[in-house]
Design a protein. Structure first.
Length: 85
């Protein structure tokens, strides 16, 4: 299950650009990598982007107890592990 952690700030990030999955993210989630990314984007769009508060450019997410980050920057949405930053 995808769980969005609390945001540090609220902004106007749209999360509607090209997604990129880092090697560490793909290694951690294996065959489920693209499914996890898709479910996460849907959750960010419905719960953050389309809410009145808006979405921060950095989202901290958990999937089955595994934490990762989703960052929107410079025309990309990057799915990465915190240790890859």
């Amino acid at each position: 299950m995808v769980k969005l952690m609390p945001q540090e700030a609220h902004s106007n990030a749209k999360f509607n650009t090209q997604p990129y999955l880092t090697a560490g993210f793909r290694d951690k989630f294996g065959d489920l990598s693209y499914l996890v990314a898709t479910l996460t984007l849907l959750k960010i769009l419905t719960e953050r982007v389309n809410s009145s508060a808006g979405a921060d450019y950095l989202q901290i997410v958990e999937y089955n107890g595994k934490r990762f980050w989703v960052i929107e920057s410079e025309g990309y949405i990057t799915f990465l592990l915190p240790e890859e930053y």
